[in-house]
Design a protein around this ligand. Structure first.
Ligand SMILES: [Zn+2]
Length: 166
C-alpha cells in the first residue's frame, strides 16, 4: 500500500511505499528534504492503514451514489408519467388493438375431407382470406396421427398451425 502525501515545501503530491513511512527523502520536485509521514504509524499500520483507506473509500461512494439516485428518481418518474399519459389519449386505438388477440388456428387435413374429397388447400386458402394476409404471423406444418374414417387404420396425416391476430 502506498502513502500519498504532499511535499511540505512545494506541495508536490508524492507517492511512496508505506515501508518508507517516517523516513526522510528528497522531494523530486523541489529537492527539499522531507519526511514521509506515517499517517498510519507502523505499529498500527496493519489496522489503521487498512482501515483508513477503507473508511474514506465508502464515504465518497455513498456521496457519489446519492446524486445519481436523486437523478434516477426524476428519470424514472418521467417515463412513468408518459406511460400514464399515452394510454389515456388513444384508448380507442388500444381497444382496437386488444381486439386483435394473438390466436392459433390448427387446420387438420382430416377435418377438410368431405366425401373423399380433399378440401385442405381450399380451407387453408379461405382461412387466410378470412383473417387477412396482414394478420397472419406465421404458419407451421404439423403432423398427427388419426384413425382413417374409411379404413379404420391409424394413419399419419398433416395439417397447418397458423399463428395470427384476429
Ligand atoms: Zn517539494
Amino acid at each position: 500500500m502506498d502513502i500519498i502525501f504532499e511535499c511540505s515545501n512545494c506541495g508536490q503530491e508524492l507517492e511512496v511505499d508505506e515501508s518508507a513511512a517516517g523516513s526522510e527523502l528528497q522531494c523530486p520536485s523541489c529537492s527539499a528534504d522531507i519526511t514521509v509521514p506515517d499517517s498510519s504509524s507502523k505499529t498500527k499500520s496493519d489496522e489503521s492503514s487498512a482501515g483508513k483507506p477503507a473508511i474514506p473509500a465508502p464515504t465518497p461512494t455513498p456521496q457519489a451514489k446519492e446524486p445519481p439516485k436523486k437523478f434516477s428518481v426524476p428519470f424514472s418518474s418521467e417515463p412513468t408519467k408518459e406511460l400514464i399519459k399515452k394510454p389515456q389519449k388513444p384508448l380507442e386505438v388500444a381497444a382496437k388493438e386488444d381486439e386483435r388477440m394473438l390466436r392459433v388456428k390448427t387446420i387438420r387435413r382430416a377435418d377438410c375431407k368431405e366425401l373423399e374429397k380433399d378440401n385442405f388447400d381450399q380451407v387453408v386458402s379461405e382461412f387466410f382470406q378470412q383473417v387477412g394476409e396482414e394478420h397472419i404471423i406465421s404458419s407451421h406444418p404439423v403432423t398427427y396421427s388419426t384413425v382413417d374414417s374409411v379404413s379404420q387404420k391409424l394413419v399419419t396425416d398433416y395439417g397447418l398451425l397458423i399463428l395470427y391476430r384476429g
